[in-house]
Design a protein around this ligand. Structure first.
Ligand SMILES: Nc1ncnc2c1ncn2[C@@H]1O[C@H](COP(=O)(O)OP(=O)(O)OP(=O)(O)O)[C@@H](O)[C@H]1O
Length: 383
């Protein structure tokens, strides 16, 4: 089964299980990969209908399935990823003597990969992203890009290599007109421009916001707009600085899943590096998590390998420290710290998370939240 057939099958399964919202987004990804404007128009029309009749779920699924059948007949040429899009070797950046120094850092990333860049405030995430984006010069090391086509000027480079900063600039006019402006800069014909822009508006859940102005959008929707604007330029390497900062928890998950899906496009894949404080969410979708501490780079797996069998559990409960120490006594508790918000319990090698849960349950501890953070970068933030 080809990748394209697999995707269609996945969408049909989502529809069958009535995971319609997710299914519809994945359905749009299948449509986008056809690069066929006739298909785009059908999806745009269906999205408009969907917004008018939000309760007609079964009918929506039926209509989407008809379009999926057409998509399945389209030959989709798959992009073959071979070499990294960027290779950084021993990059060092210093802001001056006795001030912050980043690096040396070496990394490479291929299209279809997502890297999460995490670390506490002021540890060099923005500095690294800006160096990779060629917005900031570095003092030592080498940065090599391998774009599909050689860029002829800086406008061309800025299309392939896109950096979205934490704070984006204000724009004027409507959301839709601003998106159309992007494609008109590339000489796209008016009809194609309208269709591509509406497809992107549909994909990023901006359908009901397309006529709004900058000041009328919430921060989360401004970020969605920025992503839509960026993706219309078909970048090859996308660098996002804290894209989740203004989003609610659900919106964070949706945007990350969307980004992952878009990076994974069959014929137009992208390499993505994003910085974030949302560790779990980022870890879930990232192929690699890079942890920066005082400008030094660590891969999550290298750090965890050092004591990979230790069990570390975060627990939020209304219970006295002495009580927790008492009930965990038989589980080889090594230390229990309280970081102001919750407890972090460290157990020796042979303790299982299920035993911790069982013990908490057996003693009727009123647990508000608990999580096994042994394999998460979170463990470096709590200690
Ligand atoms: N232009 C500059 N001149 C001097 N020092 C700077 C400059 N820009 C950043 N720094 C310093 O470099 C360090 C790293 O900053 P950077 O913004 O890269 O960190 P960050 O991990 O992105 O932080 P945050 O999570 O708060 O955004 C900080 O100590 C900061 O004060």
């Amino acid at each position: 089964m080809s990748k394209s057939e697999e995707r269609i099958k996945e969408v049909l399964a989502f529809f069958k299980n009535k995971d319609t919202v997710l299914g519809y987004r994945k359905f749009m990804d299948c449509a986008i990969d056809t690069q066929d404007l006739t298909i785009y128009k059908e999806v745009i029309e269906l999205t408009d209908w969907k917004e008018q009749f939000p309760d007609k779920e079964n009918e929506l699924i039926e209509k989407a399935t008809t379009i999926l059948n057409k998509i399945s007949k389209k030959a989709i040429e798959e992009y073959n990823v071979q070499t990294p899009i960027v290779t950084a070797t021993n990059i060092v950046k210093s802001y001056g003597q006795n001030r912050f120094t980043l690096g040396p850092i070496s990394l490479d990333i291929k299209k279809r990969q997502v890297y999460g860049l995490v670390g506490e405030n002021g540890n060099g995430k923005t500095t690294l992203l800006r160096i990779l984006a060629k917005e900031l010069s570095h003092n030592e090391g080498q940065l090599n890009f391998n774009f599909d086509k050689q860029h002829s000027n800086s406008f061309d480079l800025r299309s392939k290599l896109v950096y979205i900063p934490q704070r984006t600039q204000k724009w004027y006019g409507s959301l839709k007109d601003n998106l159309k402006f992007v494609l008109s800069n590339y000489g796209v014909s008016p009809e194609e421009n309208e269709t591509r822009v509406l497809m992107m508006i549909a994909r990023f859940g901006l359908w009901n916001y397309k006529h709004l102005k900058w000041s009328e959008l919430s921060s989360g929707y401004k970020m969605r707009f920025e992503l839509a604007r960026t993706l219309l330029r078909q970048p090859e390497l996308l660098l996002l600085d804290e894209p989740l900062a203004n989003l609610d928890v659900l919106a964070q998950q949706v945007i990350l899943e969307d980004l992952k899906a878009i990076c994974n496009s069959l014929n137009n894949p992208i390499a993505l590096i994003l910085s974030s404080q949302q560790l779990y969410e980022v870890e879930k979708i990232s192929d690699k998590v890079i942890y920066l501490k005082e400008g030094k780079y660590k891969e999550k797996d290298d750090l965890i390998e050092q004591d990979e069998n230790q069990l570390i559990v975060e627990i939020d409960c209304k219970c006295k420290r002495e009580k927790l120490i008492e009930i965990f006594n038989h589980l080889s508790l090594e230390k229990l710290i309280f970081n102001g918000g919750m407890y972090v319990a460290y157990f020796s090698n042979n303790t299982n998370f299920s035993s911790v849960l069982e013990t908490l349950g057996k003693h009727n501890i009123d647990v508000i939240y608990t999580r096994n953070i042994s394999k998460s970068t979170r463990r470096f933030f709590v200690s």
